[in-house]
Design a protein around this ligand. Sequence first.
Ligand SMILES: C[S@@+](CC[C@H](N)C(=O)[O-])C[C@H]1O[C@@H](n2cnc3c(N)ncnc32)[C@H](O)[C@@H]1O
Length: 256
Amino acid sequence: MEELIKPYERFAYAYDRMMSNVDYVRWASYVADLFKYYEYEPRDILEIACGTGSLTTLLAGQGYKMQGLDRAEGMLTVARQKAEKQGLDIPFVQGDMLNFNLQQRFDVVLCIYDSINYAVTESDLESVFRAVSRHLDVSGLFIFDLTTERNIVHHFHSQTFAENHNDYSYIWKNTYSYQDKICHTALTFFIREGELFHRFEEIHTQKIFEVNTVKKLLQKTGYKMLSAYDMYTFNRWSRHSDRINFTARKEEEIEQ
Ligand SMILES: C[S@@+](CC[C@H](N)C(=O)[O-])C[C@H]1O[C@@H](n2cnc3c(N)ncnc32)[C@H](O)[C@@H]1O
């Protein structure tokens, strides 16, 4: 029997193993390099869509005071276990990046690894920018990345990935609509429960945004876009970029 569940709730079980190729150490070092580049020395950092807390725990280990937020409890459970194992005290809270209110301000908000592509309309993206602004001091930085159409078309569209392990298997199918700039991913998991495997299905939807749209919405919500770099570099993005890293500075308080 198949069960359709919310994105990332069961994916969490295998997420870290499926992402073992992702270099979070490099990511942490890139973020720290951006702080240096902008001559900024943050202390309190919020990571939204933090997932299983791989970057959150790395940055906490480097002395930053971290907090994580994600929509999927399944991912947060793994994040909390990871922090506890490393003796790190990090609050991981459940919330929607489109509309959260922690009643707290931070020096920096981070959102990495294509997570902001889960805002699927311009209005959703604007909501994320507004929610983040509520949690930033003026002059605070919002650092996030976006996956590009090039990445989706070259590496995911019409492609199916599958793996078979002792305790789980998955089939991962991707379809991109050029017209809507939307990528649909159907993930089918078979997770061992005793002698049997339970089948779960998750549907993920991600949107591709143009840099100009991002810039326009950042300005509208009180930020200045400082840079849009090819990922892990300090080079301006280009049509060859698979992922673009944005750094924006909050310039003013906006009416919410
Ligand atoms: C590709 S994963 C990245 C996780 C983590 N940032 C990392 O680098 O491993 C995308 C994450 O975004 C989260 N997410 C998607 N939509 C969200 C929303 N509206 N609010 C909060 N988290 C969301 C998912 O639950 C998932 O953990």
